[in-house]
Design a protein around this ligand. Structure first.
Ligand SMILES: NC(=O)c1ccc[n+]([C@@H]2O[C@H](COP(=O)([O-])OP(=O)(O)OC[C@H]3O[C@@H](n4cnc5c(N)ncnc54)[C@H](OP(=O)(O)O)[C@@H]3O)[C@@H](O)[C@H]2O)c1
Length: 326
């Protein structure tokens, strides 16, 4: 099969098409003929050599999410059959013509979505569900602040929160990105280049603060996050792009009874990911089918142009998802 491989750690140019054997699959796995693969920021970190794939995942083929048709099924697979259209969260190896996936990590492609659209769903939908609704325990009516509102994660978080009845605030780096986030359903998008988000959040919430913050930035955002949380608030970290060593006012944590938590999805086991898939199918897939939650695709590239796709992601000019098609 053809695959996009990382020939050595480095810039986007190290992504090249190469021949690789079709992956083997286990009794509880399906082999998917990949039509499209979503691109995520962690793929960029992996390409640079800063995010080694877990044991068992393909080491030189990036890609955490796919959509395609089931080509073959393992002996113990019960739900899927050859020809079914699925999208799936994978441990790696998504940028390839074939990818093996545990059956529980597959979801049906909603009838109203193309393969490229379906491939843009799993990584951010699994991550947002797991961190905002499970770990962050965002309850009906509670407010959410998402940093990086126009990121793949951001556009998913905005739409899921809004669909489930939660006011959502975001930060983003330009007025254009802010408008885009508000059109998607953010109650207010704060351009962090024009206004300090902690001052904006205090104003927007009448000094109450927000109930949950989903943060991928870390670094000097952390004191502002602590300040922007309401009593009993939860800060959920999914990355620390501006630095992991931070100062925290522990007296505020105690005074406001805050929870600081975080998680990494990729290394979690199949049972954990399969449970998220079940929750998504029950709670979120109906919103995709009804159109209340939409896919937000910025660009689609042929697999042979994976380097261009990564360049775009690193420019941070995109709003929403970038997808590769085979
Ligand atoms: N823990 C997990 O399980 C998990 C799973 C998936 C993703 N993630 C993390 O979630 C984040 C978003 O992923 P994504 O695929 O949605 O990314 P993405 O679409 O590339 O968006 C990242 C956005 O973050 C903003 N940003 C602010 N400071 C930045 C910095 N120092 N470097 C780069 N971007 C910066 C940029 O928007 P502005 O121009 O508005 O600043 C950029 O568009 C990534 O950090 C990723 O590693 C974590």
């Amino acid at each position: 099969m053809k695959a996009v491989v990382i020939i050595k750690p480095g810039g986007p140019e190290v992504l090249q098409i190469a021949e690789r054997p079709k992956p083997a699959y286990g009794p509880n796995e399906v082999l998917v003929n990949v039509a499209a693969a979503g691109i995520n920021r962690p793929d960029v970190f992996q390409r640079k050599g800063n995010y080694p794939p877990p044991t068992g995942a393909p080491q030189d083929i990036p890609g955490l999410e796919i959509a395609g048709k089931v080509a073959e099924v393992g002996a113990d697979v019960t739900r899927w059959k050859t020809g079914d259209k699925v999208c799936a969260l994978v441990m790696g190896g998504g940028y390839a013509e074939y990818c093996n996936v545990p059956e529980g990590q597959c979801l049906p492609v909603p009838d109203n979505l193309s393969m490229a659209e379906a491939a843009s769903l799993p990584e951010t939908f699994f991550t947002v569900w797991s961190n905002v609704f499970d770990r962050g325990n965002l309850k009906l009516g509670e407010s959410l602040l998402v940093h990086g509102g126009s990121s793949g994660i951001g556009v998913t978080a905005i739409q899921m929160a809004r669909a489930l009845g939660n006011p959502v605030y975001v930060t983003a780096g330009s007025d254009e990105k802010c408008r885009f986030c508000e059109e998607l359903g953010a109650r207010k998008a704060i351009n962090y280049n024009n206004e300090d988000f902690k001052i904006a959040i205090a104003r927007l919430t009448n000094n109450k603060g927000v109930d949950v913050i989903l943060d991928m930035i870390g670094g000097n955002y952390t004191p502002g996050n602590i300040q922007s949380l309401a009593n009993e608030g939860r800060l959920v970290m999914i990355n620390a792009m501006k630095g992991k060593d931070v100062q925290v006012d522990l007296s505020a944590v105690m005074r406001k009874r805050l929870i600081i938590t975080g998680s990494m999805l990729r290394s979690r086991d199949i049972a954990f990911k399969s449970a998220i898939a079940q929750n998504l199918e029950k709670n979120i897939w109906p919103f995709l089918l009804s159109g209340k939650i939409k896919t937000v695709i910025h660009s689609v590239f042929p697999a042979g142009e994976a380097a261009k796709a990564h360049q775009l992601m690193e420019s941070s000019e995109h709003m929403g998802k970038i997808v590769l098609v085979f």
